[in-house]
Design a protein around this ligand. Structure first.
Ligand SMILES: Nc1ncnc2c1ncn2[C@@H]1O[C@H](COP(=O)(O)OP(=O)(O)OP(=O)(O)O)[C@@H](O)[C@H]1O
Ligand SMILES: [Mg+2]
Length: 237
């Protein structure tokens, strides 16, 4: 059994295959273990299965075969799937998936419903998170009144709403400029320093370099898994 608070595996995929109708093999026999507190970059060419992998971890898609265990939960046998999606993991979607009829703040508040927070607490937390992604003062704007990068930052704030132990981010910097990317990486570093496990999909080598580990995929399989070597400081002379 995984221990989400210890340093053991917090994510374990065993023999995970995801087939789509029409003969598409999005994932093929993936085995992957991520320890609590790791920051992992998932890379690979378009269509290799990266988003599918994150969607399985987020509990919004299911494998055709194999098992996915996250923070001690076997996702095939969740007692309360919506609680899992709302509280155990935060997912930044590749294409934001903000609700167009809701303001930025209401989008960020959405995952907080059903968590026991009062309306005032939800609203204060949404403002705090929007400020964290440099969108203070944009609470009332609709997604259509925000730029692509601003929408992406609202999606990041929403994923953090319930302080997830595991943050899943799918191309989180895809529409961000270099300043926002740096700010996002700083935020990610801080969360990771506080113990949040991070799995992010990225095409950006600079972003991938921030992770301690790079899992490279091709054709639905993991083809390389490299953990950065920590360079020991040279002894004092
Ligand atoms: N709902 C679906 N129905 C059928 N095929 C799908 C579906 N979703 C994804 N696929 C296929 O599964 C494969 C993996 O898709 P996925 O979205 O995981 O790729 P990706 O690595 O995230 O690509 P990108 O870098 O372009 O975002 C692709 O061949 C894709 O066309
Ligand atoms: Mg994708």
């Amino acid at each position: 059994m995984s221990d989400p608070t210890g340093s053991g595996p917090v994510i374990a995929l065993r023999g995970v295959t995801r087939l789509y109708p029409g003969g598409v093999t999005a994932l093929s026999g993936v085995d992957l273990t991520v320890d609590a507190g790791e920051m992992v970059a998932v890379t690979g060419p378009s269509g290799c299965g990266k988003s599918t992998l994150l969607h399985l971890l987020a509990g919004i898609d299911s494998p055709t075969s194999g098992t996915v265990v996250v923070a001690g939960n076997d996702l095939a046998h969740l007692r309360d799937p919506s609680r899992y999606r709302r509280e155990e993991v935060g997912l930044v979607f590749q294409f934001h998936n903000l609700l167009p009829q809701l303001s930025a703040a209401a989008n960020v508040e959405l995952p907080m419903f059903g968590t026991g927070r009062s309306s005032a607490e939800r609203s204060a937390r949404a403002s705090e998170l929007l400020a964290e992604v440099d969108l203070g003062g944009c609470e009332h704007r609709l997604p259509t009144e925000l730029s692509g990068g601003e929408r992406q930052r609202v999606a990041i704030a929403r994923a953090l709403a319930n302080e997830p132990k595991i943050l899943l981010a799918d191309e989180p910097t895809g529409s961000l400029d270099s300043v926002s990317t740096k700010r996002f990486l700083d935020l990610l570093g801080r969360l990771n320093g506080e113990g949040t496990t991070v799995v992010m999909v990225t095409h950006d080598a600079g972003v991938a370099a921030q992770a301690h580990r790079e899992v490279r995929m091709r054709d639905g399989a993991v083809v390389d898994d490299t953990t950065a070597q920590v360079v020991a400081p040279s002894p004092a002379e």
